[in-house]
Design a protein around this ligand. Structure first.
Ligand code: FCB
Length: 471
């Protein structure tokens, strides 16, 4: 593709989330979140790691914003920690929490960087978990109040709001798989109910954001989505593909864009429908301004009645009739074990455009973990990540050329950080963090991305891109 296909005002950014980078979990009046409690429970995270210090971004925010500016990013996606703003989840506001995000937003704006704020990236106030967490409808109502408080403070200077990040993970991994906070296992009904309340939280918050933030506010949710491929040509596999699509994609897409849950979903999960009140589905499917897409990999599945040996695994939520094929020949994998499949990004963006007609698409996350190390010369020569990004940006360009209304792309992540239950063992950053000293080193992939962005800018400015590319 020619890189000119990206629109002039395209957002080129990187993403983080509060619990993964901020640290300072006990400072300035922040309340506890479900991740503080989960991470402190023995056996839940790699080497018992917590986000107590993380990348110390809370204290190094200005330095980190300056690094973003050096890279030439024109957008930054971060998340706001609900328990910093409302330590108990509702009620008393903690002014110091709002101050921090106001300073961050002002620092970004001072460098010409567009702030994109996620209101919920998994750090539910612990006090709300004690009242049922996402299984309780009241949590969605508390979230709307919290959203309103944040937008009242920041909505005069920023307009991009991601309501909830990957509600599938919060619901399913949090309440059924147990690998994310609050760490509940085997409660399929809890996951289904939590999913509904997360969607409701999105709908209620979107309404408040528009009321408070005015006509210029841009609102959307960010979903983790996967193209689903058939592992063989059998009839059982055709059903498995549909089932995996319902489970991974349509569970959240259909309510948001069609105002209904996919037929068969709840039975397949082994649950009853969630408690849906009058008006819920209308709220949930009220038009948004963009869909956020977090893309990492595809899934290849097959019917469980086909040969289940040799690399097929009954994976997440598989239940009967669905197996994940994990022994794909020649598949390159990241340190997470995720297949590298750039073409999936093109397919996903095209398919979403065709099927759901979102007014805009933002790739809110895309990136890779690899085993990075620092050379004697103090460099991080992460050629695999550089290739990963180049291939995914090519794939992104192809989707744009095919007419997908993509308006921004955010690398996960700006910085190495706390990768949830994987602790600090997985590095996703464009910038390496030496945790012992908190020293930052821009990786080769970060320099390459900076050059890519500079070249884009130069193309639109009508200059030759050659002198803008750093390496
Ligand atoms: C996504 C999460 C993000 C990060 C990446 C690797 O599922 O939204 O916080 O952990 O995966």
């Amino acid at each position: 593709m020619t890189s000119t296909s990206f629109p002039r005002d395209f957002l080129w950014g990187a993403a983080t989330s509060a619990y993964q980078v901020e640290g300072a979990t006990g400072e300035d009046g922040r309340g506890l979140s479900i991740w503080d409690a989960f991470a402190a429970t023995p056996g839940r995270t790699h080497e018992g790691a917590t986000g107590a210090i993380a990348a110390d971004h809370y204290h190094r925010m200005r330095q980190d914003v300056a690094l973003m500016a050096d890279l030439g990013l024109n957008a930054y996606r971060f998340s706001i920690a609900w328990p910093r703003v409302l330590p108990e989840g509702r009620g008393q506001v903690n002014p110091a929490g709002l101050d921090f995000y106001e300073e961050l937003v002002d620092a970004l704006l001072g460098h010409g960087i567009t702030p994109v704020a996620t209101l919920y990236h998994w750090d539910l106030p612990l006090a709300l978990d004690e009242q049922g967490g996402w299984r309780a409808r009241a949590t969605a109502e508390a979230f709307a109040d919290y959203a309103e408080i944040v937008v009242e403070r920041l909505g005069d200077r920023m307009r991009h709001w991601v309501t909830v990040n990957e509600p599938w993970c919060s619901a399913y991994l949090g309440y059924c798989e147990g690998m994310h906070a609050p760490g509940i296992r085997d409660d399929a009904q809890g996951a289904v109910d939590a999913g509904h309340h997360l969607l409701l939280a999105h709908g209620l918050a979107a309404q408040r954001i528009r009321q408070v933030g005015g006509a210029s506010a841009r609102v959307g949710a960010a979903l983790n989505l996967f193209p689903i491929f058939a592992g063989d040509a059998g009839a059982a596999t055709v059903r498995a593909v549909e089932r995996a699509d319902r489970f991974h994609n349509r569970w959240f897409l259909d309510p948001l864009y069609r105002g209904r849950y996919p037929d068969g979903l709840f039975a397949e999960l082994g649950a009853a429908p969630p408690p849906i009140c009058d008006g819920d589905m209308e709220l949930i499917s009220a038009p948004t301004d963009f869909l956020g897409i977090n893309y990492y990999n595809r899934w290849v599945v097959r019917g469980a009645s086909s040969n289940g040996h040799n690399g097929a695994s009954a994976g997440m939520g598989a239940g009967a009739g669905l197996e994940y094929v994990t022994n794909l020949p020649r598949a390159a994998r990241t340190a997470m074990g995720w297949e590298v499949y750039p073409h999936g990004l093109t397919l996903l963006l095209e398919d979403l455009t065709r099927t759901y007609h979102p007014p805009a698409l933002l790739v809110t996350e895309n990136g890779a973990a690899y085993e990075d190390s620092v050379t004697g010369a103090g460099r991080v020569t992460d050629s695999q990540r550089l290739t990963y990004l180049r291939e995914h940006l090519d794939a992104l360009g192809r989707a744009v050329e095919q007419g997908a209304p993509v308006t921004g792309y955010f690398v996960w992540s700006l910085l190495d950080n706390y990768e949830w239950s994987e602790g600090y063992s997985k590095r996703f950053g464009l910038i390496y963090v030496e945790y012992a000293t908190q020293r930052r080193i821009v990786k080769d992939s970060g320099r390459w991305y900076a050059g890519f962005i500079a070249a884009q800018r130069a193309l639109h400015a009508g200059a030759t891109p050659a002198d803008a590319v750093t390496e």
